[in-house]
Design a binder for this molecule. Structure first.
Ligand SMILES: N[C@@H](CCC(=O)N[C@@H](CS)C(=O)NCC(=O)O)C(=O)O
Length: 212
């Protein structure tokens, strides 16, 4: 299993997933700051020329949500997904799509200061997105209640960015949720690898959001 990766990017989500699963993998470095994502060889892996992407013995997958869903299904024993015949699969898929379809566009909109049409835009707006996450977390520590899943990796890693960029205030239910997620051993291992590689490559380490 090869993860196309560069530190301090959305490839971190896939790294976190792989570390949670303890699956064997190697990192293939794509220096997106130097334009390596536009090389013809990588464009064949992901025609969008973006990270993350996977090559699993010739099976190529890009888009972080799809990468995590692929891994969850490929390694069911890691229990980071929900089997197709489980009634919880529907909710799991909903949250697997939510980060890329709702949270990220709402964050981008808030960042640009644009005034969107909340009725027509698929993500509504950031307030509606925050409210949806808060209501999902009423049931338990994670999106699906007790089990921690790939959907939590997507969501928590993206909320972390929203906190650092002060698009969402780092407090309350969402902050506690992210704190729980980053306390996991899988996160810690992935963060250490990301920091180590960022340092080795001369990049600045990721800032962490704090409640103060
Ligand atoms: N929707 C994509 C977004 C991926 C993305 O934007 N990756 C950034 C790094 S965080 C990238 O590779 N940018 C390089 C470029 O656009 O040329 C996903 O979730 O995988």
């Amino acid at each position: 299993m090869k993860l196309f990766y560069w530190p301090k990017t959305r490839a971190f989500r896939a790294l976190w997933m792989l570390e949670e699963m303890r699956a064997p993998y190697e990192l293939a470095f794509v220096n997106i700051r130097a334009g390596a994502q536009n090389d013809a060889a990588f464009s064949r892996v992901n025609p969008m020329s973006k990270l993350p992407a996977l090559d699993d013995s010739g099976v190529r997958v890009a888009e972080s949500g799809a990468v995590l869903l692929y891994l969850a299904d490929r390694y069911p024993d890691a229990r980071l997904g929900v089997p197709a015949d489980d009634p919880a699969r529907g909710r799991f898929l909903q949250w697997m799509f939510f980060t890329g379809s709702c949270l990220e566009p709402a964050m981008a909109e808030r960042m640009t200061g644009a005034q969107g049409n909340t009725f027509s835009f698929g993500w509504g707006d950031l307030s509606r997105v925050e409210h949806a996450i808060e209501s999902a977390l009423e049931e338990g520590p994670w999106l699906l209640g007790e089990p921690f899943t790939a959907a939590d990796i997507l969501l928590a890693s993206t909320l972390q960015i929203a906190f650092v960029a002060r698009l969402i205030e780092p407090d309350g239910v969402l902050f506690d949720y992210v704190e729980r997620a980053v306390a996991r051993e899988g996160y810690e291992r992935a963060a250490q690898i990301d920091h180590r590689e960022a340092e080795r490559l001369g990049l600045k380490p990721h800032p962490r959001a704090s409640a103060d």
